[in-house]
Write a protein that binds this ligand. Structure first.
Ligand code: FES
Length: 301
């Protein structure tokens, strides 16, 4: 049993705004319709807006929702929030305001508030003759969750607007990750990229260590060696140790980095690949793109 607020239960048992609005023949009045979700995914919402054309005021709104208690209550909340406002004012309504109006929603039901906000946007875009939100970066990799058809743009937006920090929260808000789960690692990466974007203006220490920033302000030789050692200790060695191997920094001369591979890594036939992939690419990314990693043969020391 979900822990719903009294407001949610009241709106669910006493809905006032269900139904649809017929196309209007009234002069100066237009009906806009927006639809999101799909019954196959468990929730669908169709929103109808009666708009006064001269003022763009929403005179009336109705919805048809297929979904659970929180989906119905979120639809009711949405209509209460937008009725009487202009389209521009309505566009500013966030999913958080819908949830707040309800006195909160269980985390696993937050996607219902997102669905209401999206139906509203779809209706307004339809009214204005704007194609459904076009994602500037709808190129390679834009579709993150194939189970629910969720793009990276949508995931980034919900992360920013609701300060989400875990993939589980993203699933609660937009369902992405809640099917086969194969997109969860990508969602983690998106959360991290949003976190880094928002931290960028303050110039956090992680950013300062990237190769691109290093290019703006070259490291001194001592700083470079210290950073290489840090990356090896914190990001490379734990992976190798878990695989029965290890690495030790032997020398740094300009962009040449010499390392000693130990344990399983030293005797492994794929040690060259280990070097290039696990060590060199990581150091190039984190310290300098010009670094070249070489293994030192222990018997030659
Ligand atoms: S691809 Fe996202 S849950 Fe399956």
């Amino acid at each position: 049993m979900w822990d719903y607020t009294d407001k949610v239960m009241d709106l669910f048992y006493n809905p006032k705004n269900q139904g649809e609005l017929e196309d209007s023949t009234e002069p100066g009045i237009k009906i806009a319709v927006g639809e999101v979700g799909s019954i196959a995914c468990g929730d669908a919402l169709r929103l109808h807006l009666k708009v006064e054309e001269t003022t763009e005021k929403i005179l009336e709104a109705r919805y048809q929702t297929f979904g659970c208690t929180s989906a119905i209550a979120s639809s009711e909340a949405l209509v209460d929030l937008i009725q009487g406002s202009t389209l521009d004012e309505a566009l500013k309504v966030t999913n958080k305001e819908i949830a707040d109006y309800l006195g909160g929603l269980p985390q696993a039901k937050m996607h219902c508030s997102v669905m209401g906000q999206e139906a509203l946007e779809a209706a307004i875009y339809n009214y204005r003759g704007i194609a459904p939100e076009v994602h500037e970066d709808d190129d390679e990799g834009a579709l993150v969750c194939t189970c629910f058809g969720i793009s990276d743009t949508k995931i980034k937006r919900v992360i920013r607007e609701n300060n989400l920090t875990t993939a589980e929260e993203v699933t609660n808000y937009v369902k992405a990750g809640g099917g086969c789960g194969s997109c969860l690692a990508t969602i983690d990466d998106i959360i991290e990229s949003v976190r880094q974007e928002s931290a960028a203006p303050s110039g956090n220490s992680l950013k300062k260590n990237t190769a691109s920033q290093q290019a703006e302000k070259p490291l001194t030789p001592v700083q470079k060696i210290a950073l290489i050692q840090k990356v090896l200790d914190e990001e490379v060695r734990p992976v190798l140790i878990a695989d029965g191997g290890d690495v030790e920094l032997y020398d740094v001369d300009g962009d040449s980095v010499k390392v000693l591979l130990q344990g399983a890594c030293g005797s492994c036939s794929s040690s060259t690949a280990t070097l290039k992939i696990a060590i060199e690419s990581r150091l190039r990314d984190r310290v300098s793109k010009d670094l070249v990693v070489e293994a030192v043969e222990p018997s030659l020391l």
